[in-house]
Design a protein around this ligand. Structure first.
Ligand code: 13P
Ligand code: SF4
Length: 300
């Protein structure tokens, strides 16, 4: 039996759902029950009736699903698929900041560990950071860990008092103005879109700034047929599959190796053995639940 048929069989046997991020390998995207950005997948994780959630992406995504579903089995098929940015703000750094700034609220990008989420007031994703921050009233908001998403959010919420942290995504932060200018020169009729994890000077060059799912929506809704996509190259598969008549151009070297770790073999073996289960400290789950529920619009 091939791996795809085996995954289908195991999914039924285990009553499992497979959630896949837009940057994953093409063959992994093709076995997804749901594919999307961090917010869309977190909402699916909050809504599912399945007993087992297989989260293909990086580990903070599976941890977020576990925080929303503490009684379910949540599988992260490759436990070493760690987002580099999620390591850039530790729980103790947030605690220390709060001691010095007791009046501040802490907003954390979902690309954080569960232990850091437990110290936040509210989490957000790249698609709702502006909505989340604009609803806060303290006038002083520490935004962790991504300086670029933080800076973009601050530009849209100038009165929120956003204070930036110095974390960043090594892949998006490495995309240069020169690369984007060269793409625009080579494809002068293309609409340009960038992920808000890119540097501000890159964001200044493009027509739209949005999450990965936001990019798919804009390309789908556009009557144009050429697009410059300034984000991780895994997006190409879904864009080309869903919009075969359109062309998509990416900056070179924008590859997140952590996002490529989950493969069909790891999904099969995790489902066969119910291995690689996310195991979080119950106290961390308890404390992280409210900030994550506020992110998905499901407050207690
Ligand atoms: P999205 O939520 O936009 O899919 O982004 C996740 C991510 O890790 C981007 O690097
Ligand atoms: Fe993390 Fe960057 Fe990879 Fe996204 S692309 S998972 S932010 S390292």
């Amino acid at each position: 039996m091939d791996q795809v048929s085996r995954i289908k069989e195991l999914k039924e046997k285990r009553n499992a759902v497979i959630l896949v991020h837009n940057y994953c390998l093409p063959e992994v995207q093709d076995v997804a029950d749901f594919i999307g950005d961090s917010l869309g997948l977190s909402i699916k994780a909050a809504e599912t009736d399945a007993e087992v959630i297989v989260f293909c992406g990086v580990t903070f995504m599976a941890e977020t699903a576990k925080i929303l579903n503490p009684s379910k089995i949540v599988i992260s098929p490759q436990p070493h698929a760690v987002c580099a940015m999620a390591q850039m703000c530790s729980p103790s750094q947030i605690v220390d900041y709060r001691k010095e700034n007791p009046d501040a609220e802490v907003v954390g990008y979902v690309n954080s560990t569960a232990a850091s989420k437990a110290e936040m007031d509210v989490c957000c994703t790249s698609s709702n950071s502006v909505d989340v921050v604009s609803k806060l009233s303290s006038g002083k908001v520490l935004f962790v860990p991504d300086q670029n998403l933080g800076r973009y959010t601050k530009s849209k919420c100038p009165d929120a008092g956003v204070v930036l942290w110095n974390g960043m995504c090594p892949i998006h932060h490495s995309i240069t103005v020169g690369q984007v200018r060269a793409l625009k020169e080579a494809h002068p009729d293309a609409v340009s879109l960038a992920h808000p994890e890119c540097r501000a000077e890159v964001l200044d060059l493009v027509d739209h700034v949005c999450s990965t799912e936001g990019m798919l929506n804009i390309c789908r809704g556009s009557d144009r047929d050429e697009f410059i996509i300034v984000t991780e190259v895994g997006m190409k598969h879904r864009l080309e599959k869903e919009m075969p008549g359109k062309r998509f151009y990416f900056p070179e070297y924008a590859v997140c190796s952590a996002m490529k770790m989950v493969d069909l073999d790891s999904i099969v073996s995790s489902l066969e053995n119910l291995s690689n289960q996310v195991d979080l400290d119950p106290q961390v789950i308890e404390r992280a639940r409210l900030p994550v529920q506020r992110m998905v619009g499901r407050e207690l």
